[in-house]
Design a protein around this ligand. Structure first.
Ligand code: PMP
Ligand code: GLN
Length: 380
């Protein structure tokens, strides 16, 4: 076998979660909640199973779930989406991302990605025989220089991937960002893949602007979402992809042979749960309290913080604590000697640059965050 990804190792999220487990550390590395998902949602899954919804769902996803998503998009974003031709239910955002990338890219094509970027993008591009062209955003602002993006386009560029809100930068695109993205995509006939899994986790009254609500982008974008993020159930691995009919038709050609369809009873339950807008509208207040708890404690421990605007992550600069260590060394040291696991931000960059930043996850119970902060107080 000739490896397609010879230099790819185990994802940093697995590496750090394993290290945390080995050393009995509190795991603020991999992003997942440590509190239960809504009992009502669990009950709905159980009832769907008892009602006999245990066989294959239709390939694009349960019609009732796709209809519930179309209704949500109409109500929350004023966007009209045809549930039959434009929404596909996937096995998490990861499968939607991989499928969209494989749908668009041919061998020899180029795809632009903006670093810091989620670690699945570049390997998924390379698995198609295509080339990721990475543009590094500078900390701490992580603002996109759209002239730099434009300059990176070549005749082989087919796709640009954006993650908004951004994990781990926690930045959120402005209207001007979306306009600039649209202008570049239109001028060079690029397809856009918008990873919007953190669409509902945006704080301090900041607005998340979706590509779906931007007509020029809507016409050329795949937009990807995750119920795992929104409803505290990352282990369910259910998400969806919204794209215009022509893009969705091609996406489904691959989707049907990758997974065919995804877990049926959960789709029934989600269709019901989506009927109540409070289920996602309450998320900013819910997470903002946890963000503020973690931020205050990290500052007391000596970290310098970039305020978290979105996602359930907090970036922390440790140069006042151990300036001698690289991000990977620091994350390891903190796990092994202080019992708190984090993620080195260099894992989100192709060029290995070291900002002396680590990422902590605050999707945790107050008791977990307080226990971690007690351990970290030894640093001050
Ligand atoms: N995109 C981003 C930016 C993420 O942070 C994650 C996971 N946390 C995913 C995609 C994958 O989502 P899923 O677990 O639904 O596959
Ligand atoms: N997206 C999650 C994070 O950023 C991890 C998902 C995974 O472990 N693959 O931490």
């Amino acid at each position: 076998l000739v490896s397609k990804l010879p230099d790819v190792g185990t994802t940093i999220f697995t590496v750090m979660s394993q290290l945390a487990a080995e050393h009995g550390a509190i795991n603020l590395s991999q992003g997942f909640p440590d509190f239960p998902c809504a009992p009502e949602l669990l009950e709905d899954v159980h009832q769907a199973m008892l009602a006999g919804h245990n066989q294959y769902a239709p390939m694009p996803g349960l019609p009732a779930l796709r209809q519930a998503l179309a209704t949500k998009l109409a109500q929350s974003r004023g966007v009209t989406v045809n549930p039959d031709t434009e929404i596909t239910i996937t096995a998490g955002a990861t499968q939607a991302l991989f499928t969209a990338i494989a749908t668009v890219l041919h061998a020899g094509d180029e795809a632009l990605i903006l670093d810091p970027s989620y670690d699945s993008y570049a390997p998924a591009i390379r698995a198609q025989g295509a080339l990721p062209v990475r543009i590094s955003l500078a900390a701490p602002a992580f603002v996109v220089d759209w002239d730099q993006v434009r300059a990176a386009v070549t005749p082989r560029t087919r796709l640009i991937i954006v993650n908004n809100p951004n994990n781990p930068a926690t930045s959120v695109f402005s209207r001007a960002d979306l306009d600039a993205l649209a202008a570049i995509a239109k001028a060079h006939d690029l397809i856009v893949l918008a990873d919007e899994v953190y669409e509902h986790l945006v704080y301090d009254g900041i607005e998340h602007r979706s590509v779906l609500a931007h007509p020029a982008l809507r016409a050329r974008s795949f937009a990807v979402y995750s119920f795992g993020k929104t409803f505290h159930a990352t282990g369910w691995k259910i998400g969806y992809c919204v794209a215009p009919p022509a893009l969705t038709a091609e996406f489904r050609k691959l989707h049907q042979f990758l997974v065919f369809s995804v877990h049926t009873p959960t789709q029934h339950a989600l269709a019901q749960y989506l009927a109540e807008p409070a289920h996602w509208q309450q998320l900013p207040a819910f997470y903002q309290a946890r963000r503020d708890l973690l931020a205050a404690g990290l500052q007391r421990a000596g970290f310098l913080l970039k305020p978290s605007q979105s996602t359930y992550f907090q970036l922390a600069d440790y140069r006042q604590i151990r300036p001698d260590l690289s991000e990977v060394e620091f994350a390891r040291w903190l796990t092994v000697t202080h019992g708190v696991a984090s993620i080195p931000v260099s894992a989100f960059y192709g060029d290995g640059r070291d900002h002396k930043l680590v990422r902590f996850c605050f999707a945790k119970q107050d008791s977990t965050l307080n226990a971690a902060l007690t351990r970290l107080s030894a640093l001050a």
